[in-house]
Design a binder for this molecule. Structure first.
Ligand code: HEM
Length: 475
């Protein structure tokens, strides 16, 4: 009897396993069976459930497209289908399609980041909001950026933060540059958004919580106490409380004639309290890691290109020579930094701070001969276009001089995205970097110590933090 029960139980278990596997396979390939009209791009759905996600996420240097994209593009072309992040997906390495996707936000495509990211960012974050909610948040962002730019204090604050960081190197012969760059961009954005100086204890508290928060964004989304994901969600709520308490302190101030970021935000009546707090978090998040990474890339590429470093130094010495001692830089000086702009653009192109963005098709989209079915994920890969040799001569070389010919169209260069979700902080990022370079090239010589590379995980990182030996130049 026991034997019969054992066999029957075993058969049931086997039937359940087979049924489950069958269901997974059917569920995985169902989107292909449901296709109605037209052909989807060629490609492969990979393994049930995971699809090709692991190969897609395989780390590679951010100055290359990586084996996955190389192999898939040569096998299927620049636009191919795949199964990534648990969704049927169309991957685009094609400049025309990428541009079309960005320009048709909310008409044909919609921003669609994986669900776990919503868990950490919160449902009111502009980075994940869609439709009317996104429009409201974005309008506030654009007017705040405009106000920030018109404040004379912005440039002075940035400059003071640079000199403070570089002065702290005076007696050092080695620095971990990524840490220094993060300190710099964090101090700039916290001062602009919350009005906090680096000395205030709350700045350090927010920074520590922020680091935890960032780690969670890129971790396995498992909410068990102690996991990086759970810690990130908790860190987010601590930052929210700190921001709320700063908001409360400021509430007494009048709305009229105020030019301070937080005070203007407080007076906006189109946003709820939670949206305002999320808004502050978005600004900190958006303005911190990306900009510091761009700085690290610049320092890394300039180390390998002494002629570019030298030309940069000449440009900044020339600008400095027109100013009185200790006179602050202004927007006119910034505009004169022509070669600096070329160097920054080239680092954005070659280094690829943001490799791709997440979208989904909200209706069947016909593009050239194929169809992108409604509901499928769409990934415009910016790095593939930035490193495409048919669009950029010697694409795999750092060559800032290419930007002086003026044939770089916005279709083939989208480091800040495009369309109605284009990065609102791009100008702030560029001016921060340009001012940092102004002081760096005039005051220090540097050498990258470990031969490390920027790695795309796909978020980009220098694993050892980019150790530099530094030497102060005599004035
Ligand atoms: C090198 C520096 C930066 C890079 C490469 C960068 C890149 C990007 C990209 C590619 C997007 C578009 C995302 C998408 O389409 O899904 C974006 C959006 C955004 N960025 Fe930046 N960014 C940088 C600096 C900044 C700074 C300094 C701030 C804020 C002060 C900022 C705030 C934002 C915000 C709030 C969004 C969301 C915009 C929206 O959804 O409408 N970013 N950024």
């Amino acid at each position: 009897m026991l034997l019969v029960m054992g066999i029957t139980g075993g058969l049931w278990t086997a039937a359940l396993v087979v049924g489950f596997v069958g269901f997974l396979i059917l569920y995985h390939f169902l989107p292909l069976l449901l296709l109605r009209n037209g052909a989807v791009p060629k490609g492969s759905f990979g393994w049930p459930l995971l699809g090709e996600t692991l190969s897609f996420l395989k780390p590679h240097t951010s100055t290359s497209t990586g084996v996955f994209l190389q192999q898939h593009c040569s096998r299927y072309g620049k636009v191919f289908k795949s199964h990534l992040f648990f969704s049927p997906t169309v991957v685009s390495c094609d400049q025309e399609l990428n541009y079309y996707i960005l320009q048709n936000e909310e008409r044909l495509f919609r921003c669609s980041y994986p669900k776990p990211i919503h868990g950490v960012l919160g449902k009111n974050s502009m980075l994940v909001a869609v439709g009317e909610a996104h429009k409201r948040l974005r309008n506030v962002a654009l007017s705040l950026v405009a106000t920030m730019k018109s404040k004379p204090d912005l440039l002075i604050d940035i400059e003071r933060t640079v000199t403070r960081i570089l002065d702290s190197w005076k007696d050092k012969n080695q620095v971990i540059f990524c840490e220094e760059a993060r300190k710099y961009t964090f101090n700039v954005i916290v001062k602009q958004v919350l009005g906090l100086t680096p000395e205030e204890p709350r700045t350090e508290e927010i920074l520590q919580d922020f680091l935890t928060f960032m780690r969670g964004l890129i971790s396995l989304p498992i909410y068990i106490p102690g996991t990086p994901y759970a810690r990130a969600v908790q860190a987010r709520s601590r930052i929210s409380s700190t921001v709320k308490s700063i908001i409360e302190e400021r509430r007494g101030n009048s709305c009229k004639k105020s030019s301070d970021f937080l005070e203007i935000l407080l007076c906006v009546d189109t946003l709820s309290e939670d949206e305002k707090v999320s808004f502050v978090l978005d600004s900190l998040l958006g303005g911190y890691e990306t900009t510091s990474l761009l700085m690290s890339m610049l320092v890394f590429f300039l180390d390998q290109s002494p002629s570019a470093a030298q030309q940069l130094q000449l440009e900044h010495r020339r600008i400095r020579s027109t100013k009185k001692n200790d006179e602050f830089l202004n927007w006119e000086d910034y505009k004169l930094m022509e070669f600096t702009h070329s160097v920054i653009n080239e680092a954005l192109r070659y280094g690829n701070v943001v490799k791709f963005v997440h979208r989904k098709a909200i209706k069947d989209v016909k593009f050239r001969d194929y169809i992108i079915p409604s509901g499928w994920k769409v990934l415009p890969v910016f790095s593939a276009v930035h490193l495409d040799p048919s669009l950029h001569a010697n694409a795999l070389q750092f060559n800032p001089w290419r930007w002086q010919s003026g044939d770089q169209t916005c279709k083939k260069f989208t480091p800040f995205g495009g369309g109605s979700r284009c990065c609102p902080g791009f100008e702030l990022a560029k001016v921060e970097v340009a001012f940092f370079l102004h002081y760096l090239v005039q005051n220090y010589r540097w050498k990258v110590e470990d031969s490390e590379q920027p790695i795309a995980y796909p978020f980009v990182e220098f694993q050892k933090g980019l150790k530099l030996s530094v030497e102060r130049l005599s004035s």
